[in-house]
Ligand binder design. Structure first.
Ligand code: UD1
Length: 339
């Protein structure tokens, strides 16, 4: 059974990816510092898959902790590196936290790959590296734009660090997945997104408003150059996103890479406006959402969606979950939290 290290494995994307990996026969070893997630997630993963992953409460930004853990858990062939701080707004307020966690974390992972002979890395990158693209949809060749936040900057810097590292370590194989906007939850309602405090992201805010936890959703601006004036994003189901990681791991295991480091856009290829997403939620769930239009949120880009043809062709991966199902899963997850 192939052993995979999943850093940040109790988080939103990490937990869903762990489930898909286990269901496909991988043995998953998780490290997480639980700064933004809970160890209960491990029990819920076990309820879905029948297997509780091996877990270490480890901060990947602490090299000693990471190395000690890996010494006790030999035989890992691949790592999927999710562990990172991810709140765009917070990163502007406390930039050093972001540089420390996200940059040190990756450096330690790369050093661990060398030390413990781990061959394959999947890195969580983001469409944020493209900023506001001039041409849409964005391809992997679209120019990288100056980052709008320290968070975005850490994703760009990390891609560069991996690029430099693989040049002199040809035994290491890496794939950076540039996620668009991940949403939804596992259909079992046993795992999902657990934002701390007031959610910054759209879908958790929608579901909390529908549940009565928030009074009203603020739609940040309707004066953008889009058909209904609200910004456009490419919202990707969390299970589809999880499966992209498995496709990436398979590509490296089967030595199908054309270069040691490859980049893939992971989205649906369809752009949806904020109002379209609200409508999709209402139609899927039958719940009417209380929302109002307010001013723009600073730092928001107008529109972005993915050209996914490279991922479709080379990874043999495609987003398949219908939006209605995604919205229903997000809503069922929200309801399960209130029981
Ligand atoms: C941002 C980052 C992305 C990062 C993600 C993680 C950019 C360009 N994108 O995505 O890289 O991975 O955060 O947190 O930096 N909206 C509302 N009301 C709300 C919340 C959101 O109208 O209460 C709107 C926003 O204006 C935006 C859309 O919903 O148009 C999506 O917002 P959000 O879910 O926060 O994601 P991004 O900002 O696209």
């Amino acid at each position: 059974m192939k052993k995979i290290l999943v850093t940040g494995g109790t988080g939103f994307i990490g937990s869903h990816t762990t489930v898909e990996l286990q269901q496909k026969g991988y043995q998953v070893v998780i490290v997480d510092n639980l700064s933004n997630s809970s160890a209960e997630v491990l029990d819920n993963i076990a309820k879905i898959t029948g297997v509780k992953p091996v877990f270490g409460k480890v901060d990947v930004a602490d090299k000693q902790q990471l190395f000690d853990f890996l010494k006790q858990n030999p035989g890992i062939e691949s790592v999927i590196h999710f562990a990172a701080s991810k709140a765009v707004g917070e990163s502007v307020q406390v930039p050093l936290k972001y540089y420390r966690n996200n940059i040190n974390g990756l450096i330690n992972i790369l050093e661990a790959m060398k030390e413990f002979k781990i061959s394959n890395l999947v890195f969580s990158s983001s469409c944020t590296v493209y900023g506001q693209p001039e041409k849409l949809p964005v391809t992997e060749q679209s120019p990288i734009q100056p980052a709008l936040s320290p968070y975005g900057n850490t994703k760009q810097i990390n891609e560069e660090i991996i690029r430099d590292f693989v040049k002199v370590n040809p035994d290491v194989h890496a794939i950076a997945l540039r996620y668009f906007n991940p949403i939804g939850a596992h259909p079992s309602s046993l795992i999902g997104e657990l934002p701390l405090g007031v959610p910054a992201n759209l879908v958790p805010f929608i579901t909390q408003t529908a549940a009565g936890i928030r009074q009203c959703l603020s739609v940040f601006g309707n004066d953008y150059d889009t058909p209904d004036g609200t910004p456009i994003r490419d919202y990707i189901d969390i299970i589809d996103l999880a499966n992209a990681h498995i496709a990436a791991i398979n590509r490296m295991e089967e030595s199908k890479q054309k270069q040691n480091l490859e980049f893939f856009n992971i989205g649906t290829g369809n752009g949806l406006s904020v109002l379209q997403l609200i409508k999709a939620f209402e139609e899927a769930t039958g719940v009417k959402l209380n929302y109002k239009i307010v001013g723009r949120r600073e730092g928001d880009i107008e529109k972005v969606w993915a050209d996914t043809s490279f991922a479709n062709k080379e990874l043999g991966w495609k987003a398949v979950v219908p939006l209605k199902e995604t919205m229903l899963n997000a809503w069922n997850w929200q309801k399960s939290l209130m029981k």
